[in-house]
Design a protein around this ligand. Structure first.
Ligand SMILES: Nc1ncnc2c1ncn2[C@@H]1O[C@H](COP(=O)(O)OP(=O)(O)OP(=O)(O)O)[C@@H](O)[C@H]1O
Length: 230
């Protein structure tokens, strides 16, 4: 077991959260703005304490933060940032081939020598992904990893996350849209100001469950296999 929340709470955001994550599992976390999804990731990172209950974390944690631009005048190339994320030994820099492999994995080899501050928001997001993968994490936390990415790049990133799952990593994705990850999600945690529900996509993303969570009538339907919430 990589992660375990037992009756966990961060007052006043959410409480009575019960959740486990095993190796190779893909968890999507959904919910309205400001409900505390990023805060939940921060508890795993040890940056935010629980106010009740318990949390155990096993293994190395990688983190892809919600998009934030790198400082405007940062005089560092993309490949240097990824290299810095790899393990350094005295007088021995990380193998450049390893850096290239990480950049290639996220589709960013072509921008390896660009200064990060000159990259677009989406390109900077790819560099953050390569940094997160550098530590070969057991748990990969992703906060809106598809933001600012075009459809092609979104698909590439989702496939990469799925591949990590198949290799045994537990993947946690905070997202406002379930559809890009629908195919690969094992379970969904839906948090609202009225409580939270954990289950399979079908158990959570249905009219009855979301209506109860939002305490108002919500219709969930499928169009061409995609989940549409009205
Ligand atoms: N460092 C902080 N100090 C105080 N309050 C914070 C801090 N970070 C977040 N908050 C507040 O905690 C609440 C939850 O924020 P959080 O970012 O976890 O929500 P979220 O569900 O991820 O939202 P979104 O979907 O908009 O990204 C918000 O009301 C936010 O203003």
């Amino acid at each position: 077991m990589l992660l375990r929340f037992d009756h966990a709470a961060v007052d006043p955001l959410w409480d009575d959260l019960n959740l486990t994550l095993d190796r190779g599992e893909f968890l999507a976390i959904l919910g309205p703005n400001g409900v505390g999804k990023s805060t939940l990731l921060n508890t795993v990172l040890g940056m935010r304490p629980l106010t009740a209950g318990s949390l155990s974390v096993e293994g190395k944690v990688g983190f892809i933060p919600q998009q934030r631009m790198f400082p405007e005048h940062l005089p560092i190339r993309a490949r240097d940032l990824v290299s810095l994320a790899l393990e350094h030994r005295l007088f021995r820099k990380p193998d450049p081939k390893r850096v290239d492999a990480l950049l290639a994995q996220v589709g960013a080899l072509g921008i390896a020598d660009h200064r990060v501050s000159t990259l677009s928001g989406g390109q900077q997001q790819l560099i953050r992904q390569a940094q997160a993968l550098a530590k070969d994490p057991d748990i990969l936390l992703c906060d809106e990893p598809l933001l600012s990415l075009d459809v092609h790049m979104q698909q590439k990133v989702v496939k990469l996350l799925h591949q990590r799952c198949q290799e045994g990593t537990g993947v946690v994705v905070v997202t406002h849209g379930i559809n890009p990850v629908l195919e690969y999600v094992d379970k969904v945690l839906y948090i609202t100001h009225n409580g939270n529900v954990l289950g399979s996509v079908d158990e959570v993303m249905n009219s009855q469950t979301l209506s109860e969570l939002y305490q108002t009538e919500v219709t969930v339907t499928r169009i061409n296999g995609k989940v549409v919430v009205i």
